[in-house]
Design a protein around this ligand. Structure first.
Ligand code: SF4
Length: 178
């Protein structure tokens, strides 16, 4: 999937990547911002904007930031509004283990619901105390305990259903998304 090839996930609220943007206009390198808001039939402008994006060192971060902010306007990360639309619509299904792992390491990362569940499962399996999970997910400790209870229920249900043992199931969860 497109967005799982991401670079190091961006810390929430970090805008320092803007300074490296190829579309950053400077006196030595002026860029018309209108270039990034073409009409669908303005192919020359679209091509020119995409050419800048193609050599931009923060292209993936730019795309991720637009998706996470729900910013559907203009060209971002080398993609037009139309091209980005399915990514916006499917963002809630993203399960990117770079983000899960960065969160477990204590970084403040934008997570989808699926990624929050993956953080909870991994933290549970690693024996992370609920108080720590609460800090990682920015929820109350009570809510973190509730999330752990849900994981315990899931594990119980899986073993009752007897489809596979829990270790195998979890490995599969991780493997398919990595
Ligand atoms: S990817 Fe394109 S729109 Fe995004 S920062 Fe780079 S040049 Fe600008």
């Amino acid at each position: 999937m497109h967005h799982t090839e991401s670079a190091e996930p961006r810390t929430l609220g970090d805008h320092t990547w803007h300074n490296q943007a190829a579309c950053l206009s400077t006196p030595a390198h002026p860029v018309d911002p209108e270039l990034f808001f073409p009409e669908p039939d303005e192919l020359d402008r679209i091509r020119a904007a995409k050419a800048l994006c193609a050599q931009c060192p923060v292209r993936q971060t730019c795309l991720d930031a637009a998706l996470e902010a729900g910013d559907r306007d203009g060209i971002r990360g080398g993609m037009t509004e139309e091209e980005r639309d399915p990514l916006h619509r499917n963002l809630h299904r993203r399960l990117d283990y770079a983000r899960v792992n960065a969160t477990l390491a204590g970084r403040d990362i934008h997570l989808t619901d699926a990624e929050r569940r993956a953080v909870t499962r991994a933290a549970y399996q690693a024996g992370v105390p609920a108080a720590r999970l609460a800090r990682l997910l920015k929820v109350t400790e009570e809510h973190a305990e509730k999330r752990y209870r849900q994981v315990r229920r899931e594990i119980r249900n899986r073993s009752v259903n007897g489809t596979s043992d829990q270790t195998e199931t979890y490995r599969d969860d991780f493997g398919t998304a990595a």
